[in-house]
Every structure is written in structure tokens, then in C-alpha cells.
Design a protein around this ligand. Structure first.
Ligand SMILES: [Zn+2]
Length: 436
């Protein structure tokens, strides 16, 4: 097997005035640090495979497909062999051009995003991928390792004695009264997977599950947040020819609330350091082994929407000028999801298997239980999961979480059957014979 890897990176920082997080928080006023799309093209295992992490809040429905089609075209492959996963920073674009069309019809709402900027990003992506192919490097070895991240993530759903969500553990100062409570169900491990040419590291991917928010959403200051800054720090301290890519895992119910107060701006630096230290610790454990097998696998799912969602009622809410921007722009995402389901446009789950390492690409905001369950079911495999692929369905709670209520469940677009569908999909992607 002769494999090679081409790494690429391009700027996706929105221009001044561009909407952030779907348009209901202040738009871009300044850039604290740029947003990047970083990825690789893997060549030599059938048609090219493309995996890309984007420093945006989300990319949904038709817009997500457009990204994948665009990178696929540049790499000479098909969109089903392309995974585009957002890192989910919030002072960042949250793009759904379907929602944008619905919102612009209103005339008085801030747009979801700018289609011109969006297509500019796709152009940059195509150019970056094509350019990268000219300097692809042979890869022969792979390695995986993990390290615990200390005091960064916590479960944001605080349950009461009745088993229902009592409070959302916020990163804001108002979360102070629950900060002393245990972290709850989390995955403390940061996972690292690296590809090598002999002993030379060519690309390193990191996976960790938390909402990447130290402070945000108040001043229109764009940032790749502490995870992006940790990635940069790693880049500065590692082999200069190695590309570092950070993926946010199943973080739908994970945030920094226990360890962070969004009024303390210095916390961004503190959280950066903690993630960076775990990147260093995991990297120190990487032991390259010859690549024996590579496989790309996909599975399409079409989870049913919540039964109580009515397109007519949602459209009325969007048109209700007495309502706040968030209560009008957000339902435009919901309506786009319902229309997409009506078109039967599926969500594609994908997995890159290299030896006994499985890197899964999942949609929306899956709860951390999905990655914990997948890892527990297949203890012989090294399983890392990236969430925030196709953002169409928003939160993906577990069936149990639906019975507990809480914010995420209240704005989830799928009905509770999504748990069985997604869990089964993850299991199908992981249930495989060991590579000889
Ligand atoms: Zn989120």
C-alpha cells in the first residue's frame, strides 16, 4: 500500500460586520485571532479521502453539502469521502444558507451569513486543496495516544433530585452557585492520532469534547478560542513541517462552566495552557507503527424530526416582529431542517479506519455519552470522534436526556428516536474485524 498525505489550511475569518453565531449576537467588530480551516487529503486508499476541521460554530444542511462537494471536486473525489467538522467556537459564523434565505425574506432581521463570503471560503478551500496535492508526502506509519485534560470540561446539565435538569451550568458568572458541584459525565481524555513518513510526523489530529468557549458572544470579537490557541501553540513547539488539526468531540452537553467564569478574560489563556499540556502529554506517548490497512466507511441516516414541530407555526414565529432576534433567527434553522427532511436529504456519518484506530465524523452536537458508549463497546479499538459535521439537526441528546428536559432538549430538532439511530450507526461503523 502506497499512501500519501497532503495537508492544507486556509483562512475562514469573517469580514467586519458579518453575523456571528447565526445573527443573534453582536456581529464582527474585531478579530482577536483568525479562524482557520485545516485538513488533509489522504491518497492511495481508493479515491482520495478528505478530512477538514473548520473554526466556525456550524455549517448546516445544503451549506454543509456545498463544502463537501467543493473540497471533493478539488481533491478529485466524491462528497461521501469528505468530512467537514466544525470546531464550534461561538464568535464565529454559524452558516445555514437555507436559513439565510428564510431570514432575508423578513427584511428586518440580521442575516444568518453572507453568501458571498461563504463562496469565497469555498474558492479558497478548492485552491488550498489543489495546491496541497502538489506537495503531498508519503506516509508509512500511524500512532495514537491520549492524555487527560485537567480542569477544562464539565457537564453543563445539573440534575435535580427528581432526575430532571435543574439548571444549565453556565460559563457566565451566574453559574457561580453550581461551580462547586461535581463535573458530572465527561470524557476527560484528549486523543491524538498522527501520520508519519518513517519517523517524521506529517500531520497530527487532536480530539477533545468540550464547548470551546472561555468568553464570547458579547463584543463581536472573533476568536478560534482556547482550543485554536492551543493548536497554534502546539504548532510553534512541534516539528515545523507537521500540520496540527483540532476536532471538537461529542460536546453537546459539555462546557467549561465548572472551571470558568466568562468575566475573567485571563481564563482563556489558562484553558489554552491546559489543552496544550494535554496535547504535549499525548504527543509524548505516540509510538508510530507501520500502516497495515486504511478504510473509509460511510453510513447515511435520516433521523425523524420532533413530532411537535410545525412548519407553519415556526414560520409564524419567524415573522413575529414582536419577538427577539434569537427567537426568530433560530427557528429559521429549525425550518431548514424540516424542509431538508422533507427532501429526504440524509446525514452522512463517516469513519476513517487506520489499523485499529477509528476516527468517526458525526453530525450536529452529540452528547458526550455517544462517544463514551462507542469507546466502551469496542475497547480493542482506539476510537476518536469529531462532532459538528452537518449541523442541520442541532443538539443530539440521548433518549434518557429527552426525559430529563433542559435547554439542549428544548431546542433539539430530532425526536428521541435519534438515539437509537445514531448509536446503531456508530456501532455499525466500529464493528469490524481487526486489521491483520
Ligand atoms: Zn453548542
Amino acid at each position: 500500500m502506497s499512501l500519501s498525505l497532503a495537508t492544507f489550511q486556509f483562512d475562514v475569518t469573517p469580514p467586519l460586520g458579518h453575523s456571528l453565531c447565526g445573527g443573534w449576537i453582536p456581529s464582527v467588530k474585531a478579530v482577536d485571532d483568525p479562524l482557520e480551516a485545516i485538513g488533509f487529503v489522504l491518497l492511495g486508499a481508493g479515491k482520495p479521502i478528505v478530512v477538514c476541521a473548520v473554526d466556525w460554530t456550524g455549517i448546516c444542511n445544503g451549506s454543509h453539502l456545498a463544502w463537501r462537494q467543493s473540497l471533493a471536486e478539488a481533491a478529485g473525489t466524491t462528497p461521501d469521502r469528505v468530512a467537514v467538522q466544525c470546531v464550534h467556537q461561538h464568535d464565529a459564523p454559524f452558516v445555514c444558507l437555507d436559513a439565510d434565505r428564510i431570514i432575508r425574506e423578513q427584511g428586518d432581521l440580521p442575516p444568518n451569513s453572507d453568501p458571498v463570503f461563504f463562496s469565497l471560503c469555498l474558492d479558497r478551500g478548492r485552491a488550498a486543496v489543489k495546491e496541497s496535492l502538489k506537495r503531498s508526502r508519503r506516509i508509512t506509519h500511524v500512532a495514537s495516544a491520549q492524555a487527560q485534560v485537567e480542569e477544562v470540561t464539565s457537564n453543563r446539565r445539573i440534575l435535580g433530585d427528581d432526575g430532571k435538569v435543574l439548571k444549565n451550568r453556565s460559563v457566565a458568572p451566574s453559574g457561580e452557585d453550581v461551580r462547586h458541584l461535581p463535573a458530572g459525565v465527561i470524557d476527560p481524555w484528549l486523543k491524538a492520532v498522527a501520520f508519519y513518513n518513517g519517523k517524521t510526523k506529517v500531520a497530527a489530529c487532536y480530539y477533545y469534547a468540550t464547548h470551546p468557549i472561555s468568553y464570547c458572544c458579547k463584543a463581536g470579537r472573533v476568536s478560534a478560542e482556547f482550543v485554536g490557541l492551543a493548536r497554534q501553540l502546539k504548532e510553534q513547539h512541534d516539528d515545523p513541517d507537521c500540520k496540527h488539526i483540532y476536532f471538537t468531540g461529542c460536546a453537546g452537553n459539555q462546557n467549561t462552566g465548572k472551571y470558568n467564569n466568562s468575566d475573567v478574560k485571563e481564563n482563556r489563556q489558562l484553558l489554552t495552557q491546559r489543552v496544550y499540556e494535554a496535547m504535549e502529554a499525548a504527543s509524548a506517548e505516540l509510538k508510530p507503527e507501520p500502516i497495515r490497512g486504511v478504510e473509509w466507511q460511510t453510513l447515511d441516516i435520516l433521523p425523524p424530526p420532533r413530532a411537535d414541530l410545525s412548519a407553519e407555526a415556526i414560520q409564524r414565529q419567524i415573522s413575529d416582529k414582536a419577538k427577539s432576534v434569537v427567537l426568530r433567527n433560530r427557528p429559521a434553522f429549525t425550518l431548514s431542517w424540516l424542509e431538508r427532511i422533507k427532501r429526504k436529504m440524509p446525514i452522512t456519518l463517516s469513519a476513517l479506519h487506520v489499523n485499529n484506530i477509528s476516527l468517526l465524523n458525526l453530525p450536529g452536537e452529540p452528547f458526550v455519552e455517544y462517544q463514551l458508549a462507542g469507546q466502551a463497546l469496542f475497547p480493542d479499538r482506539f476510537v476518536a470522534m469529531a462532532g459538528y459535521g452537518d449541523g442541520g439537526p442541532w443538539y443530539l441528546p440521548t433518549a434518557e436526556a429527552y426525559t430529563q428536559g433542559g435547554y439542549e432538549v428544548s431546542v433539539a430538532f430530532c425526536d428521541p428516536r435519534v438515539d437509537g439511530i445514531l448509536s446503531n450507526g456508530i456501532q455499525q461503523l466500529l464493528d469490524r474485524r481487526p486489521v491483520a
